[in-house]
Design a protein around this ligand. Structure first.
Ligand SMILES: [Zn+2]
Length: 159
């Protein structure tokens, strides 16, 4: 594999994927770690799903005794994604947020719409072939795969 120069400052994958790593990256970006901001990060790292701002707001308020304002949650998500601390996917139904910002692929379930993170490696000879054909050095890639459940859910019996 070739080494990339376009990597984010922290190349340690486990640190990039850890909550502690996210807190450190916030500090490095000069972002204050407010109570609300920490709650947003903790929720994303606990859920490890791609969630809408509304989902995140509702989940935080379901677990907290003291309610957190919707605007505060939305503003924190915007700030965190702007500084590359969290992932933001633009979907037709709106933005989805998740905890990973390293290069990864997605599998979208056509039945449920759920998006799973995938770590896919492309064979070196395929990457070399693409580089040869395009004249472009591949530094990262993201694939979007769409799939349906292998087994159909049982159909309801006819009345
Ligand atoms: Zn993702």
């Amino acid at each position: 594999m070739t080494t990339s120069t376009a990597e984010p400052p922290t190349t340690d994958l486990s640190l990039q994927q850890s909550l502690q790593g996210a807190v450190k990256r916030c500090a490095a970006a000069g972002l204050r770690m407010s109570h609300q901001r920490r709650l947003v990060l903790e929720l994303l790292w606990k859920e490890r799903e791609h969630l809408s701002a509304r989902d995140i707001f509702e989940k935080i308020n379901a677990q907290e005794k003291r309610s957190i304002g919707q605007t505060s949650v939305y503003q924190n998500l915007e700030t965190l994604q702007k500084f590359g601390i969290i992932e933001c996917l633009e979907r037709s139904g709106g933005r989805l947020y998740s905890y990973r910002t390293d290069s990864h692929s997605h599998l979208i379930c056509s039945a449920t719409g759920r998006i799973q993170d995938l770590d896919v490696q492309l064979p070196d000879d395929l990457l070399a072939d693409i580089e040869l054909r395009t004249g472009c050095r591949i530094t990262s890639f993201t694939m979007q795969l769409v799939g349906a459940p292998l087994q159909e859910p049982p159909k309801p019996a006819n009345p």
